[in-house]
Design a protein around this ligand. Structure first.
Ligand code: NDP
Ligand code: OXD
Length: 312
């Protein structure tokens, strides 16, 4: 029984060392030092080389270093019968909470507008509303979005969330499914995207759905770049339908130097840093899951098992 860390170097070495620290008794190997492939029962993956997972005949589970697993499932040879576990970790949730809360406040306080006025040396006293007069809409209220919805509601914002299945979160108005998307969007003055990349979520924010938002709404995308029709977003910003956008994820990463998002004065770009999987905490999560499974535990007790049907 051995664990293979399948990532690009030098991350691979760092993750191997962090995992070994939590489990000195385990045989943990960094790719490409695979050794006997028949011995590998767990693969820890971030950006696995396509085709590598398929070469491991006795794989019991794949453990993703990221919450989003599109970097793993893009490998068309990925073994479809082996369970894939998404990263669910306190540090990841806390990082996303910090990022989204900070940027929600920036838009709530209309800082993009004041920054634009400053560039024009214009003194205009337009006082922002109070939190209880502001509605934040969160698309995707799973592990990350759910924590954020609760926190923002606790801070006094009006919060609404949208998911595939109906949720009940105290202090949050929950909407479910495509039939309720328009009703959800119509009230979202600050829209936070925390959906995964699936065929159903591709370009979900497009000309039609952007037009459903209240005029002057702000958009924060910390989910995946695939969620937004980029041309439609630029058109909505240019027409003032959308007042400003904070974007952390993009269709092409790194964002190409000549991409119009870089220079657009209503767009803030961050380079996919909203939430980072931290070695210190996430390696323990992975080791705990491996120990649980090797001790005869069930996948049902593990949070974040990928559902191939749903695609996330
Ligand atoms: P979860 O799987 O826990 O949550 C996903 C949410 O999206 C769920 O509420 C789910 O609904 C909803 N959803 C999925 N598909 C649809 C759909 N078609 N229609 C409506 N709702 C849908 O994931 P996490 O919260 O852990 O992570 C969310 C995403 O955040 C990741 O997939 C990743 O892309 C991104 N991410 C980005 C990071 C960054 O640094 N920028 C860091 C970490 C994650 P339901 O609850 O009904 O299943
Ligand atoms: C993730 C990410 O999915 O960092 O974890 O984007």
């Amino acid at each position: 029984m051995a664990v293979l860390v399948l990532d690009t170097l030098p991350h691979c070495q760092a993750w191997t060392e962090a995992l070994r620290e939590h489990a000195p008794e385990m045989d943990i190997r960094p790719w490409p030092e695979v050794g006997n492939r028949n011995e590998i029962t767990h693969a820890v993956v971030c950006f696995p080389e396509p085709g590598e997972l398929a070469k491991l005949p006795n794989l019991k589970a794949m453990h993703s270093l990221w919450a989003g697993v599109d970097h793993v499932t893009r490998d068309k040879d990925m073994p479809r019968t082996v369970p894939l576990i998404r990263m669910v970790d306190h540090s990841l949730s806390q990082g996303m909470l910090d990022y989204v809360t900070g940027h929600v406040y920036r838009h709530h306080l209309t800082m993009p507008k004041f920054e634009a006025l400053q560039r024009q040396t214009e003194w205009r006293q337009e006082v922002p509303p109070l939190v209880e007069e502001r509605t934040v809409g969160i698309m995707g209220i799973g592990v990350l979005g759910g924590v954020i919805a609760k926190q923002l509601a606790g801070l006094g914002f009006q919060v609404r969330g949208w998911a595939r299945s109906q949720k009940a979160i105290e202090g949050v108005s929950c909407f479910a499914g495509m039939d309720s998307l328009q009703a959800f969007l119509e009230g979202a003055e600050i829209l936070v995207l925390l959906l995964p990349n699936t065929p159903d979520t591709a370009d979900i924010l497009n000309a039609e759905t952007l037009a459903m938002l209240p005029k002057g709404a702000a958009v924060i995308n910390a989910g995946r770049g695939t969620l937004i029709d980029e041309d439609a977003l630029i058109a909505a910003l240019d027409s003032d339908q959308i007042s400003a956008a904070t974007l952390d994820v993009f269709k092409t990463e790194p964002l190409p130097k000549d991409h119009p998002f870089w220079a657009h004065e209503k767009i803030s770009v961050t380079p996919h840093v909203a939430a980072e999987t931290r070695l210190s905490t996430a390696s323990k999560v992975i080791i705990d899951n491996i120990r649980h499974l090797d001790g005869g535990g069930s996948f049902d007790d593990i949070e974040g098992v990928f559902d191939p049907q749903a695609g996330y």
